[in-house]
Design a protein around this ligand. Structure first.
Ligand SMILES: [Zn+2]
Ligand SMILES: [Zn+2]
Length: 108
């Protein structure tokens, strides 16, 4: 009548050892932890300046105004990407922020 006494012990051992023998797949966690490219800057970390369209200057030929250094990007023609704060990763918060890595090869 009922299960033999050792059956309970086997069951407990089986349950305890199951995670070791068969590690549960965690695709969601792995997907979350993998660095993902920022969708806005495509991993570059900065985008064309919206004000000067990457020229680094405002005014000039098209508007008739005197050519001036773009005040938004300080003449760099590029803006730090907002969603990823210039890291190029959409889940950058998993990683250490890059020190002043925003402006790319054009440099200071
Ligand atoms: Zn970005
Ligand atoms: Zn600009």
């Amino acid at each position: 009548m009922g299960a033999p006494t050792w059956a309970g012990a086997v069951l407990v051992v089986g349950i305890l050892s199951t995670p070791l023998l068969f590690p549960p797949p965690r695709p969601l966690l792995r997907r979350l932890l993998r660095p993902r490219k920022c969708q806005k800057c495509l991993g570059v970390g900065n985008n064309l300046c919206q004000s000067c369209k990457g020229r680094g200057k405002q005014g000039g030929l098209f508007t008739g105004d005197p050519l001036m250094k773009c005040s938004l990007c300080q003449g760099k023609g590029r803006q730090l990407c907002n969603p990823c704060t210039g890291t190029g990763l959409s889940n950058f918060w998993l990683y250490r922020p890059v020190k002043n890595g925003g402006w790319g090869p054009r440099g200071s």
